[in-house]
Design a binder for this molecule. Structure first.
Ligand code: ATP
Length: 372
């Protein structure tokens, strides 16, 4: 009878004699658990050094959501900082979007990581920053455009949190699969400016707080395997408000593509990296939001526009380009909105927003207090 063959030997370059247990999704290498972990960490170290992501002595905020990517990011950043003596001051930064049964649970995972990794943790909430939780927003506008609100608010909240703790860089757990999906989405939307930027490993260098993505070349399946191999605790439920997001379709397509053509993910990223906008195409210049002081290419930042819409009942504001949203942007150019109450074209107009006047005032105060 033919003898059943066992697992092949580990293909690690270090000449390990263990049996292979894991096939690395990125390059198909068959490795044992410890060699897979080391190989994964070496990949991230190479990405960090090849792209000179950090300067010695920098305080780096790690965007920690409690999910697999940022949990692995925090663990690997700490491991590499210790192993290679990067000299970084690492801190965890979490944003509580106010989604019951999702973010409150995932923040428990971050809290555990804080204790286990010995990294300080700061949590900022949408409620404190904007006066609205995502639960409130979905109750008001439904599930259709809620991801727009969440994405804009989170981006700004992470920046504000990083400034608050004195970080000079923010790192997020965006991985190779995320990047490939984003390339695809920007192609489908014909958004060439975003297509050019979306594969950059560091973004926001024109502002005060650059963001880096050390896991840019790590495949999602390898991240999950790394988390399992190192018994990392993370929260693994999808956001309860995101199932219909456009990204879901791109994700499924990229996954199907990867099954028949494993290099598809890296190919998509490389395609994105090769795109460059012609010099004569005018790119937006950065200004300061007249209302909250955050950077923006308009007179008023997108978050303030969205808050304005929520507080005035004009929930299309900042979501779709309606005549009204244009009007508010133009208004912001011509007048001081702080004095205008509801922010409509008529100050003290008695429209439905008048009832929200106190709420508006509170939101503004909060935003002012949070300017750094
Ligand atoms: N609430 C949050 N607080 C802090 N950082 C966040 C938060 N949400 C997202 N991020 C950061 O942005 C990255 C990408 O977020 P995304 O929403 O795409 O989640 P994801 O791909 O599921 O990542 P994760 O597995 O880390 O949740 C995360 O890895 C994390 O670094």
């Amino acid at each position: 009878m033919e003898k059943r063959r066992g697992p092949p030997p580990c293909q690690s370059k270090e000449g390990c004699s263990n049996p292979a247990k894991i096939r690395k999704a990125k390059d198909g290498a068959q490795l044992c658990g410890p060699c897979f972990s080391r190989n994964f960490e070496d990949d991230v170290h190479e990405t960090i050094t090849n792209n000179s992501l950090f300067k010695r002595g920098e305080r780096v905020a790690i965007g920690a959501s409690g999910g697999k990517d940022s949990t692995v990011l925090a663990y690997v950043m700490k491991t590499l900082n210790d192993r290679h003596d990067y000299g970084l001051d690492l801190q965890l930064l979490s944003i509580d979007e106010g989604i019951k049964g999702y973010r409150d649970d995932s923040l428990l995972a971050v809290e555990k990581n804080r204790v286990e990794y010995g990294l300080p943790l700061t949590i900022l909430s949408y409620r404190d920053l904007y006066g609205w939780t995502m639960d409130d927003i979905v109750a008001k506008i439904g599930k259709k455009n809620n991801c727009t609100f969440c994405g804009v608010f989170r981006r700004q909240a992470l920046d504000r949190g990083a400034f608050k703790i004195g970080a000079t860089k923010l790192v997020t757990g965006h991985n190779a699969d995320d990047m490939a999906e984003t390339v695809l989405m920007n192609v489908l939307r014909g958004d060439i400016a975003r297509l050019e930027r979306c594969t950059n490993i560091v973004t926001g260098e024109e502002g005060d707080l650059p963001r880096a993505k050390p896991l840019k070349y790590c495949f999602e399946r390898d991240i999950v395997m790394y988390a399992r191999t190192n018994q990392l605790e993370y929260f693994y439920t999808e956001c309860i408000y995101a199932p219909n997001a456009y990204r879901g379709y791109a994700r499924k397509y990229v996954r199907d593509l990867e099954k028949v053509h494993p290099s598809a993910i890296l190919d998509l990223i490389r395609s994105g990296e090769k795109v460059s906008v012609k010099k004569e195409v005018e790119m937006p210049t950065l200004k300061i939001c007249e209302r909250c002081g955050y950077m923006t290419s308009q007179k008023m930042c997108k978050a303030c526009l969205l808050i304005e819409g929520l507080n005035t009942g004009n929930t299309d504001l900042g979501v779709r380009k309606t005549k009204k949203s244009k009007k508010v942007t133009v208004e912001a150019e011509g007048s001081n909105k702080e004095e205008n109450g509801c922010g409509s074209s008529k100050g003290g107009c008695g429209c439905s927003a008048a009832a929200d006047e106190t709420e508006n005032e509170e939101t503004r105060k909060r935003l002012k207090d949070l300017q750094f």
